[in-house]
Design a protein around this ligand. Structure first.
Ligand SMILES: Cc1ncc(COP(=O)(O)O)c(C=O)c1O
Length: 403
């Protein structure tokens, strides 16, 4: 069970009559993060790396943030690259990897992914790289490993795929795909942005090579995170200044540095998870597994009545995964309303202070494949663990009345 009063009290932005159900776009930041941004700016807003104590303190605060980010995905701190966003980090990565590839080498992208993990790889076509597309099946709207087989060959250098759809919310078996891609001699770049706010990520047990998350969707500040396998980060050519040595991880991947106060605040995400766990079971040791198990259970409880309402209503159709099972999906649900453009529904919900959204959500190719671009895309309800059963009830009642 999750003590929602306790949880919600950690998020100042939730002190509003609005039910915030657009969390896949960006979550509310927790108080622990906000406090650390402020503390950094008030105490040590100085340049890192000098010998004077305040600079040393600032360096330590930023390093503590990097350690927190590493903890969040199960990596070592020097394997964590921080940047403005996941989009920017993938763009940088594609440029770096291209330098070690030859004309005629191949990459595989999907039509399920957010454009952030498609566009940068597709752009390499202009430089002589062949791009192949792994498509979802029409029935379940998911990626099947068998369909990857014919696309893999000895020229495949990388497969870019998502860990979870930011539109239909289905979880992809990232580990099984990574194992297959590796046996074909290629690398993986996995977009974990839609999964990481909801489920425990452990990049080592997933066995992936590059993994992306957006910290502003994990109750943190507006930063992106890229995990890269240490050997790959070391052997790739630095996008940074010529005098930054090739073995200086992860700075060779952080030209212009990170935003210090935001990086330092990442400790607040771990503190928040720790506070939730200690509130519920008294343990003061960080227990991310326990935290994510706890919120996953709550999220499944939230999404169950919503899916069942949408499934039973004669005018609505849920896209993709119908099961509320937290091993199969996160609480991001997209649906269509018969006879309506998707753009018509969220404004009606606005009138009831229910913050929901329509569109393609940058999974442009998915929405194009589903032939929904001209009808407003989908209506997406993206819940977070701080949403309440009462808010979901309000949404169901509102939809019942509107439709
Ligand atoms: C699944 C997914 N991948 C990537 C991104 C891009 O993340 P960022 O905003 O950090 O560039 C988003 C943003 O919404 C997303 O939902």
């Amino acid at each position: 069970m999750l003590d929602l009063d306790f949880v919600r009290a950690q998020f100042p932005a939730l002190d509003t009559p609005w039910a915030l159900m657009d969390n896949a776009g960006g979550s509310a930041p927790c108080r622990q993060v906000i406090d650390r941004v402020r503390a950094h700016l008030e105490r040590v807003p100085f340049q890192l790396g000098a010998s004077y104590p305040l600079s040393m303190e600032a360096s330590e605060a930023v390093q503590a943030g990097r350690i927190a980010a590493a903890t969040l995905v199960g990596a070592a701190p020097d394997e964590i690259v921080l940047g403005a966003s996941a989009t920017v980090l993938i763009q940088q990565l594609a440029g770096v990897l291209r330098r070690s590839w030859k004309e005629g080498d191949e990459v595989i992208v999907t039509n399920l992914d957010h454009e952030a993990n498609v566009g940068p790889w597709r752009k390499l076509e202009e430089t002589g790289i062949t791009v192949r597309e792994w498509c979802i099946r029409e029935g379940d709207l998911s990626l099947h490993l068998e369909d990857l087989e014919p696309l893999l060959n000895e020229r495949t250098r990388l497969v870019a795929y998502t860990h979870c759809s930011n539109v239909v919310g289905s979880i992809v078996d990232a580990a099984a795909i990574a194992a297959r891609v590796h046996s074909a001699g290629a690398l993986t770049c996995v977009d974990g942005v839609a999964l990481a706010p909801h489920r425990r990520v452990d990049v080592k047990s997933l066995g992936v090579d590059f993994y992306l998350a957006s910290l502003y969707k994990i109750y943190g500040p507006h930063l992106g995170l890229m995990y890269g396998r240490r050997d790959l980060l070391l052997e790739s050519r630095s996008p940074n200044h010529f005098f930054v040595s090739e073995d200086s991880l992860p700075w060779k991947y952080e030209p212009g540095n990170v935003c210090y106060e935001l990086a330092a605040s990442l400790v607040g995400i771990i503190d928040y998870a720790k506070d939730v766990q200690s509130h519920h079971c008294g343990s003061s040791t960080p227990d991310l597994d326990g935290f994510f198990a706890r919120i996953g259970e709550h999220e499944e409880g939230l999404v169950t009545p919503l899916l069942s309402f949408l499934d039973q209503h004669p005018l609505t159709r849920v896209l993709g995964e119908k099961s509320p099972d937290r091993c199969r999906r996160v609480p991001t649900v997209s649906f269509l309303v018969e006879g309506r453009n998707s753009s018509e529904v969220p404004p009606l919900l606005d009138q009831k202070q229910l913050a929901v959204r329509f569109g393609h959500f940058y999974a442009y190719r998915l929405i194009r494949t589903l032939i929904l671009l001209d009808s407003g895309g989908v209506i997406r309800v993206s819940l977070a663990h701080y949403n309440s059963p009462e808010e979901v009830r309000r949404l169901i009642e509102a939809l019942d009345e509107i439709l």
